[in-house]
Write a protein that binds this ligand. Structure first.
Ligand SMILES: Nc1ncnc2c1ncn2[C@@H]1O[C@H](COP(=O)(O)OP(=O)(O)OP(=O)(O)O)[C@@H](O)[C@H]1O
Length: 261
């Protein structure tokens, strides 16, 4: 039985007539976290946007549960896929709770009223994203990391089987970085969620992802377990810095560091 939630076949994407993604092929299974690595400008954000269906392919395709994602309506996509984007464009005059309520939009009736179930989903999403104390604050007064937690809560309130995340830990301190990744891992393990996450922190993504894909100049040049991908031979030339690999204390995932450290 094919348990793929996302299938990407020979995907090419162009922006401004420039090829950005080139013949990318992979699939993501239900209950899996796929981490996307790659240097600046490699195409990670473009890949996340193509998976979300907002960028149409120049060639090839992205299928979600067997259906071409860019052909789904906005409402169909919003019930399948939630996105934690890199850029924050949150309405400054909204409260935290109002931002998270936006995640329920695909489920509202034509009057736009939230049901008791919608309110319960919002509350649960605020709790899971460690954002409960932000519920009554105005977004325009929040720090970058606080807004980032609301973006996660908004995505969780959407209650989708697929979560796409573009550098979701950028503005978070160490506590909230771990908290976010633990929450996501829990959703994947306990509720069968499927996650694709772009992250620059090799060790953090290596600790929480099941598999890693390495994008370089728009091509997926390697795909495998963290053990297979987090190697100096593969990554030093890609990041143009000499790297060394340590084994982590518990004998688990590898740790990779620049040799200057
Ligand atoms: N609208 C656009 N028109 C033309 N080129 C674009 C456009 N948006 C992005 N690009 C280019 O596409 C390439 C991939 O960008 P993308 O944002 O996907 O990379 P990334 O891997 O997410 O980078 P970073 O790690 O810096 O966030 C870059 O070279 C970028 O300059």
């Amino acid at each position: 039985m094919d348990t793929s939630m996302i299938q990407v076949q020979n995907l090419s994407v162009e922006l401004g007539n420039q090829p950005i993604l080139r013949e990318v092929t992979f699939s993501v299974q239900r209950g899996e976290i796929l981490g996307i690595l790659g240097p600046n400008g490699a195409g990670k954000t473009t890949l996340i946007r193509a998976l979300s269906g907002i960028l149409p392919p120049a060639a090839g395709q992205v299928q979600v549960l067997g259906r071409a994602v860019h052909r789904l309506t906005e409402s169909q996509r919003a019930r399948l896929i939630a996105v934690v984007p890199q850029a924050r464009h949150l309405p400054p005059a909204f409260t935290g709770r109002e931002v998270v309520q936006l995640g329920r939009t695909p489920y509202l009736n034509w009057l736009g009223n939230l049901s008791a179930h919608d309110h319960a989903c919002v509350q649960r999403a605020l709790e899971r994203a460690s954002a409960l104390e932000l519920a009554d604050r105005l977004v325009g007064e929040l720090s970058g990391g606080e807004q980032q937690r609301l973006l996660l809560a908004r995505a969780l309130a959407q209650e989708t089987p697929i979560l796409l995340m573009d550098e979701p830990t950028t503005h978070l301190d160490l506590h909230y970085q771990i908290s976010l990744l633990e929450t996501v891992r829990h959703l994947v393990d306990e509720e069968g969620m499927t996650v694709v996450m772009a992250l620059h922190d090799l060790n953090l993504i290596g600790r929480y992802a099941d598999r890693l894909g390495l994008l370089v100049e728009g091509r997926l040049i390697a795909l495998g377990t963290p053990e297979e991908i987090l190697t100096p031979d593969l990554l030093s030339p890609v990041y143009r810095v000499p790297l060394q690999r340590l084994s982590s204390g518990d004998g688990g995932r590898p740790i990779i560091l620049p040799t200057v450290l």
